[in-house]
Design a protein around this ligand. Sequence first.
Ligand code: AOF
Ligand code: ZN
Length: 365
Amino acid sequence: MWSADDRRFMGAALRLSRWHLGLTGANPSVGCVIVKDGRILGAAVTAQGGRPHAETQALDLAGEEARGATAYVTLEPCSHFGKTPPCANALVAAGVSRVVICLTDPDPRVSGRGISILRDAGIQVEIGLLEEEGRRALAGYLMRKTKHRPHVTLKLAVSADGMLGRRGEEVSITGPLARAQVHVLRAESDAILVGIGTVMADDPELTVRLPGMTGRSPIRIVLDRRLELPLTSHLVRSASGVPVIVASVQAPAFDAQSDPERDVRRDALLQAGVEVLETGSLSELLHELAGRGISSLFVEGGATVAATFFHQNLADRVILSQGPGEIGPGGLESPLKPSDMAANFVMIRAEAYGRDLCFEYERSF
Ligand code: AOF
Ligand code: ZN
């Protein structure tokens, strides 16, 4: 039912939608391309912060010429009155004759209604073009809306012999290109998470540092049961600029008496502008984050944290970068290796970054 041109224009809309991943808050980053006679009249992505939506911007660009045109949108146009009237109504008013939609919107305020508004107005509506790509581009939004948790990406850098490094010693596993990719992945996420062990070992900043990507730093979360995050760490010292959450996950049976200094450390963290979030399980933490509009979580380390997410079935995507060097005996073994990715994952990308290889896996169920 779809032509090569249809695929090309929806592909463009999907690439546009990826551009604002991590920048649109609780709103999905949607792409819209308006086309007539094979020519793009307007193309837009949901604005930073989530408003205006993609369609209204693209229609503004197209102007009067939108009459009789085809609109390609990566998500069903909205049907609810937010700060502005619904996009479905705007498409009707502009007189487009055909709307091609990649995915329907699971938001209960919209789901199916956007499509009805268009069809009732006599517009030809087609649904499902490049659906699989759409599901990847909108993975965070879909996960938050349907499972009420963020979409979780685990990332690990492993040596050729499957090691993460050596205990107490800094070992460089991957080169500059693979490391730059990490910054892109950070930029596309709403939040980054590491374990307290990683903070103690590396004192990371967990910000996005790439030319042209300023102002794109996601909030930073440290899994730190005992609230040991040092006040002198880069994270705490920069907490007024980019928020930091210390997440303490422990079973309800935890005995506060066993650690009398805990409250003192909690107060000091709060004083330093860090938020402390206590939950009884990792799922509960993710639920809480979703409630705050966090759709995508990038889990950067270390081994224990990655293994915990993986074994609790809370990993949706795994990115393994593999460097060419071997660490040898005495190395810190990676909990996940390209050779033993569980049967529940499929590889969707294998790419070379200089001398490193990058494998991307996606949950297959
Ligand atoms: C669209 N085009 O570009 C986006 C849409 O808070 P509001 O009023 O902005 O509405 C948020 C909802 O709008 C969100 O849950 C989703 O259903 C839709 N997002 N819709 O037509 C867009 N970003
Ligand atoms: Zn809209």
